[in-house]
Design a protein around this ligand. Structure first.
Ligand code: G3H
Ligand code: 13P
Ligand code: NA
Ligand code: ZN
Length: 314
């Protein structure tokens, strides 16, 4: 059944676990994630970005979620808008019965250009106000996600004073912070060794904002195995490294509660579609392409739910 982000992450904080937020666009990804959550008795967050809403259409997205809730009434499910670019995007997500919205006011409405702090506060506070009236939760973001591999560039990390001022002014339930991750497959061009995330910064923000749930975007681990499958079957993915699982686990120990994952599941699905197409060029039953991909997604999600100690918390 539906659960808000606030309810879910309050429980996660009390019981010291993290919750993966898996990005989804279509029925296959949704079914595969829910099968995994069900298999390990875990709550889960499914999140939909603006491109996903445009791709499937809001009516379809709304009813896919209705169907998931009927199929898995016992799985606590948070339905979340990922990187909302405007008040309108967040308001229309709530009309579709999302239980949580991210207002990403760190960017302007185009979703590309950096915004200023005052704009971010204004637009996020507005979303908080109407989302809370409707019983939904809100995630905000400050800072610029970016890589830290060439030594830490402190300017790219979320400033703790700003984080405190932002939360006070906006009343968000959860806050995405820049702590050394970036979106997509190409996070680190060398194998990360030791601490790659700014744990000291995370700890400080968590200490000063103990009631705000911290969110780590760009948390795919980009497993070697998935890169290898893609490349074996015709892709051309240059060697890359994602966020090591131990680093995410360390983050969870220091206040990270929501862990955003998109890239890993895209690679899991497409790797299997590539394999089937190459191994059996005569295949054109779409189900025989999608099913191995769904199984690969389920396997990855089960792993993450276990690694973040979400398993058993459903
Ligand atoms: O990494 C960012 C989001 O998962 C992208 O979602 O492509 O549906 O906007 P979207
Ligand atoms: P990845 O690209 O690391 O999967 O991050 C996804 C994300 O942060 C979605 O908001
Ligand atoms: Na940002
Ligand atoms: Zn993100």
């Amino acid at each position: 059944s539906r659960i808000t982000l606030r309810q879910l992450l309050d429980h996660a904080a009390e019981h010291h676990y993290g919750v993966p937020a898996f990005s989804v666009t279509n029925m296959e990804q949704m079914l595969a994630v829910m099968a995994a959550a069900d298999a390990v008795d875990a709550p889960v967050i499914l999140q939909v970005g603006t491109k996903a809403r445009a791709y499937a259409g809001d009516i379809m997205i709304e009813h896919l979620f209705e169907a998931l809730i009927k199929m898995y009434p016992h799985v606590p499910l948070c339905i979340h808008q990922d990187h909302g670019n405007s008040e309108a995007t967040c308001a229309t997500a709530l009309q579709r019965k999302f239980t949580s919205v991210m207002m990403d006011g760190s960017l302007q409405e185009d979703g590309k250009t950096a915004s200023d702090f005052d704009y971010n506060v204004r637009v996020t506070a507005s979303v908080s106000r109407f989302a809370h009236f409707m019983g939904a939760s809100v995630e905000g973001e400050i800072g610029v996600l970016g890589k830290l591999e060439n030594g830490r560039d402190e300017r790219l990390l979320t400033d703790p004073d700003q984080a405190v001022a932002f939360v006070k002014a906006t009343k968000v339930d959860a806050l995405a912070i820049a702590m050394g991750t970036s979106h997509g497959a190409y996070k680190f061009s060398r194998k990360p060794d030791g601490e790659v995330l700014a744990m000291d910064r995370l700890e400080e923000i968590h200490r000063r904002l103990p009631d705000t749930h911290l969110v780590m975007h760009g948390s795919s681990s980009v497993p070697q195995e998935l890169q290898d499958i893609m490349n074996k079957y015709g892709a051309n993915i240059p060697q890359t490294w994602g966020v090591p699982i131990e680093e995410i686990q360390r983050g969870i120990r220091h206040g990270v509660r929501k862990v955003n994952i998109d890239t890993d599941n895209r690679m899991a699905l497409i790797g299997q579609i590539r394999r089937v197409m190459q191994e059996d060029p005569g295949e054109f039953d779409i189900r025989n392409m999608m099913k191995p991909g769904m199984d690969a997604i389920s396997k990855l999600c089960r792993q993450r739910l276990e690694e973040f100690n979400t398993a058993g918390q459903g």
